[in-house]
Write a protein that binds this ligand. Structure first.
Ligand SMILES: Nc1nc2c(ncn2[C@@H]2O[C@H](COP(=O)(O)OP(=O)(O)O[C@H]3O[C@H](CO)[C@@H](O)[C@H](O)[C@@H]3O)[C@@H](O)[C@H]2O)c(=O)[nH]1
Length: 415
């Protein structure tokens, strides 16, 4: 296919409210894909990476959140990027491949030659044009972006084996119990429209099996994946595993940063990763201690233009401060996310923490975590409208919305 005929669309899978439970208490207020990392909604980072794809016609977000939750964001980003971005709502979860298939007709209206498919909850540099080039060299139905992780953490992901010369995917196991490989599926793919035929194949096999089961009482007693609804199709187990070793799927390895964002703790780490990426891609978004914001800035920091920061506050590295926040004299902020309308009073310290919308932190108070972003009590999270009174110390705790803390706490969940 020549360059002129090439047409690309991108699809970002955003999931829905039942999928974001590990993101509580922050997901009470906002759908996880819209939670700010480096001052921009989580989904904004893959969307802005899509801008670099040649011949990109359109971006779709597919999820089962209410349409109104995404309406404002989708219309403002379409305007900013001068690129149509559309939210497509599933009536119920259909799985990571079933969700895509559900909107086959809408997507195929664009007559795409290639379809990018991205999980919204991964943080990386999204080397999409490079993946497209690699995919064209490989041929086949799809190319998966892969990354090496530590052998201890590999079992949380899809582990895979590929041919070192041809890059063909030879073996794929989703979250295996015994170690297969430290090379894992990063949740970013490019496919040809043949992906729809593959998903259709899984659905019709399921329908056939369901019909068979009706006549076999033994099979009816078995509660396994074969009894999933026919239109519920998982990309990893149902498509990637069976197609490995069939010259259909290939890999492209990224050597850049990559993380998965399932917990609030990881959002602090990923916010800092995106801030350091801004240093190269969008330095204008970083605070530099000049102009109105004369505070002492250390490393990569984002401060919303409407936030007020006292000149004697010391901010950074890895800090993101959202709209209308007020940071008092002598306050010290390191590796944290401060959400809209927060007040941090004089000489308070915030470290490895997320401070929820409209919360306030009193004078000389400390709100901090240990900085172990994957651990249950590795960071401190304050939900919406939490008040930490003057001089109170909060360490590695999760505080649900509308609480007032007048005594210190450590390693606790405050309901
Ligand atoms: N629209 C929609 N989205 C869905 C659905 N189910 C999952 N998703 C979205 O699809 C993506 C994958 O979610 P899961 O299927 O829950 O898998 P996972 O545990 O995140 O693991 C996947 O991603 C890892 C990389 O982050 C991979 O390593 C792993 O192999 C797997 O593909 C997420 O962005 C999630 O929001 C669905 O029914 N509908």
């Amino acid at each position: 296919m020549g360059i002129a005929e090439e047409r690309v669309v991108a699809v970002i899978m955003v999931g829905g409210p039942t999928k974001g439970t590990r993101f509580r208490p922050l997901s009470f207020n906002i759908p996880k894909p819209l939670f700010p990392l480096a001052g921009q909604p989580m989904v904004h980072h893959p969307i802005s990476a899509c801008q670099k794809i040649p011949n990109l016609a359109r971006i779709y977000l597919i999820g089962f959140y209410e349409e109104r939750e995404f309406a404002l964001y989708v219309s403002s980003i379409s305007n900013d990027l001068k690129l149509p971005v559309r939210y497509l709502k599933e009536d119920k979860p259909h799985g990571s491949a079933g969700g895509l298939y559900n909107f086959k007709d809408v997507i195929m209206e664009e007559d795409p030659s290639h379809i990018f498919l991205l999980n919204c909850d991964v943080c990386c540099s999204f080397p999409l044009p490079q993946m497209l080039d690699a995919h064209k060299k490989h041929g086949g139905m799809g190319t998966i972006l892969v990354v090496k992780v530590s052998p201890e953490s590999a079992s949380e992901f899809g582990e895979l084996v590929a041919d070192p010369v041809t890059n063909e995917l030879l073996h794929y196991t989703e979250k295996p119990e015994t170690f297969v490989s430290d090379l894992i599926n990063s949740g970013v793919y490019i496919f040809t429209p043949d992906i729809f035929t593959a998903i259709e194949g899984v659905s019709s096999q399921r329908k056939d099996r369901a019909n068979l089961r009706r006549v076999s009482s033994f099979e009816a007693m078995q509660q396994d994946t074969r009894s999933l609804p026919a239109n519920y199709v998982r990309l990893d187990q149902d498509i990637l595993s069976p197609l490995a070793g069939k010259k259909q799927l290939y890999i492209y390895e990224t050597m850049d940063f990559w993380e998965q964002i399932k917990t609030p703790g990881m959002s602090i780490k990923c916010s800092a990763l995106y801030l350091s990426q801004f240093r190269h891609t969008s330095p204008h978004l970083l605070a530099n201690g000049d102009g109105i914001k004369k505070a002492c800035i250390i490393g990569d920091v984002y401060i919303h233009p409407s936030a007020k920061v006292h000149p004697s506050a010391k901010i950074g590295p890895g800090v993101s401060i959202s709209a209308n926040a007020r940071i008092g004299a002598g306050a010290r902020l390191i590796n944290c996310i401060v959400l809209d309308d927060v007040e941090i009073k004089e000489n308070a310290v915030v470290l490895h923490a997320i401070v929820g919308w409209k919360s306030s932190i009193g004078r000389w108070a400390r709100v901090q975590g240990r900085g172990d972003y994957n651990a249950k009590f590795g960071v401190t999270i304050l939900g919406e409208s939490v008040a930490v009174e003057d001089e109170v110390v909060v360490i590695s705790s999760i505080v649900l919305p509308h609480k007032t803390l007048n005594v210190g706490v450590q390693d606790e969940i405050l309901l």
